[in-house]
Design a protein around this ligand. Structure first.
Ligand code: 5GP
Length: 141
């Protein structure tokens, strides 16, 4: 296996550069959390590091820690806003595993493993995503 090379033109790199808009839930110096535009469930959020990493194998430890600290904040907000306990935490490594965006990201999906269906299939309503991002942002502590 060779180490994956980072493509600066991937969609999440563009989001980090501000070239493409997103519905931000939380941001700090090392991470960004935002709504998935093709959610697998209502309230699906992605957490990404602000470093060049394709998958788990090339994530610097300090960014891994930062991503999971942010994921904890987001999950707490999802539970509060969506009034449910079950959140699927998912992260795909390599296209062979179904990874479609080659920038490391953790999915936080308010659903059950038994209800997970098609991946990245259908765009959600933009106004709905904006409203949910606002509610989650306000619930971050
Ligand atoms: P992966 O298959 O790489 O684990 O997941 C990539 C995720 O990124 C998918 O859930 C997909 O819906 C989401 N996604 C793809 N393009 C965009 C985009 O332009 N904006 C946002 N917010 N999410 C995206």
């Amino acid at each position: 296996m060779t180490q994956p090379t980072y493509d600066n033109d991937n969609i999440f790199a563009k989001i980090l550069r501000g070239d493409i808009p997103n519905f931000t839930v939380y941001e700090d110096d090392k991470t960004l959390a935002f709504m998935d535009i093709m959610p697998m469930a209502h309230g699906h959020v992605l957490v990404i590091p602000k470093c060049q990493a394709v998958e788990l194998s090339d994530m610097p430890a300090e960014y891994l820690q930062a991503v999971f600290v942010t994921a904890q904040k987001v999950m707490q907000a999802q539970r509060h806003v969506l009034n449910r306990d079950g959140i699927v935490q998912m992260q795909l490594n390599h296209a062979q595993a179904g990874q479609s965006v080659p920038h490391y990201h953790v999915h936080l999906i308010p659903t059950s493993i038994h209800a997970l269906g098609q991946h990245a299939e259908r765009k959600a309503d933009t106004d709905g995503l904006a409203e949910l991002a606002k509610q989650l942002k306000a619930a971050i502590i």
